[in-house]
Ligand binder design. Sequence first.
Ligand code: INI
Length: 168
Amino acid sequence: MTTPNEALVIDPPLEGAGLRVAIVAARFNEFFVGHLVEACQRELRRHGVSVNDQTLAWVPGSFELPMAARELIGSYKPDVVICLGCIIRGETSHYDHVAAESARGIARAALDTGTPVIYGVVTAETVEQAINRSGAKAGNRGADAAVAAIAMTRTVQNIREMSKPKSL
Ligand code: INI
């Protein structure tokens, strides 16, 4: 509701009940990604997402996350997809290619399909950074991704609801 001179604010509550959520997880650096998946699932449940409304698909590495996200959107028809991976800089330029393509592909999957796709990929310069971002000192990127998924889905739903023609 708005009153004159008051901006319309879209900021729905973090309510997960009824949402269908697909998680895609990369096996590469599975030690870290496993912690992201666990925290993500725990956070989804904490916000009301039923386990029956969740699916988890594993892919070989972060490079493959976007393709699996698109396939899931086409078949399982989730409200949101969460991509989880861990890319650690090594001695070669492989890191840069994998990091750039996975980020670009995840963004494109969302923009091309209209289904939110959340970027829950840890990019780390060192193993120590990866440890910290997978649940040690710097939070857990998987839990953050779960919250982002619910927030983004509800916001998009509200925007779509708002733009529907009002019945008389
Ligand atoms: N995949 C990752 O998820 N993290 C990495 O750190 C990584 N590195 O550094 O190589 C990685 N490579 C594999 C890549 O994602 C693909 O699975 C592979 O190239 C096959 O297409």
